[in-house]
Design a protein around this ligand. Structure first.
Ligand SMILES: [Zn+2]
Ligand SMILES: [Zn+2]
Length: 156
C-alpha cells in the first residue's frame, strides 16, 4: 500500500471506529494517528509524546495514552513487549514483518519472510478465528556475538 493511501485508509478506519462508539473526533486524536503513521520505528508512549510536543502539538501524556488505547482497540496500532519492561508500539498497516530480538542488548531488527508469512496466514486453528499473529525470534545479534568472541579471546 502506498504511504499516502495507507494514511488516508487508517484515518477513515479510525473515524468509523470513533463514530461507532460515539467518541469525539478530536484533532489531537488524528494528529497522534498521523504521527504514528509517519513513524517507521517502534516507539514508546513517552517518546511519542515528546515528538508531538516537538512538532508543536500541545497534547497531554494522558491524551496520548488514551488515544493509543483506542488505536489498539481499533486494531490500528500494535503493542509489543520486546523482553524489556517498556511497552513498544507500532503501526499495523505496512508492517508485514517479524521481529528478531537480541537477548543481550535488546536491539530489535525487522525481517520479512514471505514464505513464513503465507504459511501463518493460511493456518487455521480449531474453534478459533485469527485476527493477526506476531512472531518474535529471540537470539543474539551479530554485534553482541562479535563482542562475546572478543571477550573470550582476551581472557585466553
Ligand atoms: Zn545484541
Ligand atoms: Zn516492527
Amino acid at each position: 500500500m502506498p504511504e499516502e493511501k495507507s494514511k488516508e485508509t487508517v484515518k477513515q478506519l479510525f473515524i468509523q471506529f470513533l463514530e461507532a462508539r460515539k467518541l469525539r473526533k478530536t484533532p489531537e486524536r488524528f494528529a497522534i494517528l498521523e504521527k504514528i503513521y509517519t513513524t517507521t520505528q517502534h516507539f514508546d508512549v513517552e517518546s511519542l509524546h515528546e515528538a508531538m510536543i516537538e512538532n508543536g502539538y500541545r497534547v497531554s501524556k494522558a491524551t496520548v495514552y488514551n488515544t493509543i488505547d483506542l488505536l489498539l482497540e481499533a486494531n490500528l496500532v500494535r503493542k509489543h513487549q520486546f523482553g524489556g519492561n517498556l511497552a513498544q508500539y507500532e503501526r499495523v498497516y505496512n508492517t508485514n514483518h517479524h521481529h528478531l530480538i537480541c537477548v543481550k542488548c535488546g536491539k530489535v531488527r525487522e525481517v520479512k519472510d514471505l514464505d513464513l508469512m503465507s504459511t501463518l496466514n493460511t493456518r487455521k486453528f480449531n474453534k478459533f478465528t485469527t485476527s493477526y499473529y506476531t512472531l518474535y525470534v529471540y537470539g543474539v545479534c551479530s554485534r553482541c556475538n562479535r563482542k562475546k568472541t572478543k571477550d573470550k579471546n582476551e581472557k585466553k
